[in-house]
Design a protein around this ligand. Sequence first.
Ligand SMILES: NC(=O)c1ccc[n+]([C@@H]2O[C@H](COP(=O)([O-])OP(=O)(O)OC[C@H]3O[C@@H](n4cnc5c(N)ncnc54)[C@H](OP(=O)(O)O)[C@@H]3O)[C@@H](O)[C@H]2O)c1
Length: 247
Amino acid sequence: MIFPEWTTANITLYIVLFIAALGAGPVIYFGQAMLGEDKLRSKGKIPARVGMTFLYSVPILALYISARDYVPNASPIQWTVLAVVALHFVKRVSESLFVHRYSKPSGLLPTFLVASLYSTAAFVIGWLNRAPIPAVDVGFILGILFFVIGIAGNFYHHKLLADLRKNSFDYFIPKGGWFEYVVCPHYLFEIITWLGFAMLSRHLAVWLILLFVIGYLTARGLRTLEWYRQNFSSFPKDRKAILPFIL
Ligand SMILES: NC(=O)c1ccc[n+]([C@@H]2O[C@H](COP(=O)([O-])OP(=O)(O)OC[C@H]3O[C@@H](n4cnc5c(N)ncnc54)[C@H](OP(=O)(O)O)[C@@H]3O)[C@@H](O)[C@H]2O)c1
């Protein structure tokens, strides 16, 4: 793990990051209950494809800004870190444009909020990447492997969700792949992608971002499971939220 220099400014920054990482799960889980949102995505006025494309494009710009001064002389390790993060967001933009079949428009505030969160994460990874790990090691190779498994599994389950909507924009019980075990396998694979980023970057801040993503997506997964149980009387009782057989 690469630690920052423990100056007063950095200590303050990391305390804030640590609190945000630990707080994400409870805030999403209980906040969702207060908002009473319909299937986790609040209705708004922006066409969903436009909102989501914007939301996932801004982090690519943030990543570029964070790294543009060292990109001309970047080492293969630095290039790898930048490439996987950029690829992840390019994939999400492409899915937003060509795969997902959204049922309703997106809200302006959530779109800006999530765009800011993702952009901050991309910027932090790109910025810290000016001090990468000194050499490729087993953790780095595993990081690439996790990244590939993460985006492939995430895409596969997004496609299964989109295929449910061939004839109607209703909600159905998802089938196939790991949907047989959990309601949000796509979230699990997103977490695996971010685990890949953390193993490639190795900076403490990126591990804290991973913790944030785990809390955020686990809370959304648990809420999604509750939603399915409430809305489908025939919903399989043994299906979990995000981690097969466990959670
Ligand atoms: N890194 C993070 O912290 C983070 C956080 C959130 C999301 N994400 C990423 O964004 C991806 C999508 O997240 P999301 O929260 O939007 O996923 P989601 O709620 O599962 O929705 C994905 C798409 O599938 C549709 N859908 C969901 N359940 C369905 C069902 N039962 N029947 C028919 N269609 C259904 C949704 O429809 P609607 O249009 O009706 O919603 C939406 O178009 C995640 O897999 C992840 O990769 C990342």
